[in-house]
Design a protein around this ligand. Structure first.
Ligand SMILES: [Zn+2]
Length: 256
């Protein structure tokens, strides 16, 4: 588990950890919905109700990310891979698996389980909204449906080591018969996807909501908080000025 996380419980024998950085996201979601988005879209509620629904969305967002990671974990365990814990932090969640899949089929299913659960949750929420179009219900599930569908689609992008990249690695492993070659090829495609995402990210940073954009120093500190003592960090050169600054700050933090 990443440094500084605390255990909040366990599900099916998997320890669930929460990194304090997650509380930042929970607060931002609750605050921005309660004072901005919800009052704009739904008028005339009791003021407290906006906060209750907004906090409900933040909690269900937590449950959504947890369901995604738990899906990876339970499929992995089905194939005999032990799962130490799941940690939720500012960028999402991570399940720490103790070992690797033995076949490309297992690898693909473990990787696919997470995005599949996000897509199913998103579809179920849309279904609930269709049969129960009450204002507070729509407020509660509308944003979550979009987030879950985005989580599913985004994670399926072949950006190794994201889920889609691991599925791609499994496919190459199956075709070429060599897991090492598959890792190298999937990582190469992943770098390409990474550069494309940086290309998409630049305009998002330019025009996106300020409160969700961390400074390089904040991002570096959050990243550093995920590292265990003794971890090796490979910082690659990047054409993105933002990433350069993050890398520089990380280097300073690591070097002390
Ligand atoms: Zn995943």
């Amino acid at each position: 588990m990443g440094r500084g996380s605390f255990t909040i419980g366990s599900i099916a024998g998997v320890r669930i950890g929460l990194h304090p950085s997650w509380l930042v996201i929970a607060f931002l979601i609750t605050y921005s919905l309660a004072v901005g988005d919800l009052p704009d879209r739904f008028r005339g509620w009791e003021p407290i109700l906006y906060w209750v629904v907004a906090a409900g969305v933040a909690l269900l967002f937590f449950a959504s990310v947890l369901a995604h990671e738990l899906s990876h974990a339970l499929v992995a365990r089905r194939y005999g891979i032990e799962v130490k814990d799941i940690t939720l932090f500012i960028f999402g969640g991570a399940a720490s698996l103790e070992g690797d899949a033995r076949t490309p089929g297992q690898e693909a299913l473990i990787a696919f389980a997470g995005p599949l659960s996000s897509l199913v949750i998103g579809a179920v929420l849309i279904g609930i909204g269709l049969v129960w179009p009450q204002e507070q219900v729509l407020a509660l599930i509308g944003w979550l449906a979009v987030i879950n569908l985005s989580l599913g689609v985004f994670n399926l992008l072949p950006g190794f080591p994201m889920d889609g990249g691991r599925i791609l690695r499994a496919l190459i492993w199956k075709v070429r018969g060599d897991p090492e070659v598959a890792t190298r090829n999937a990582a190469a495609v992943g770098r390409l996807v990474g550069y494309l995402l940086i290309g998409v990210g630049e305009p998002a940073r330019e025009y996106g909501p300020d409160e969700l954009v961390a400074t390089p120093e904040e991002a570096a500190e959050l990243l550093a908080a995920q590292l265990e003592p003794g971890d090796t960090v490979l910082v690659k050169g990047s054409r993105s000025a933002g990433l350069e600054a993050v890398a520089e700050t990380l280097r300073e933090l690591v070097d002390g």
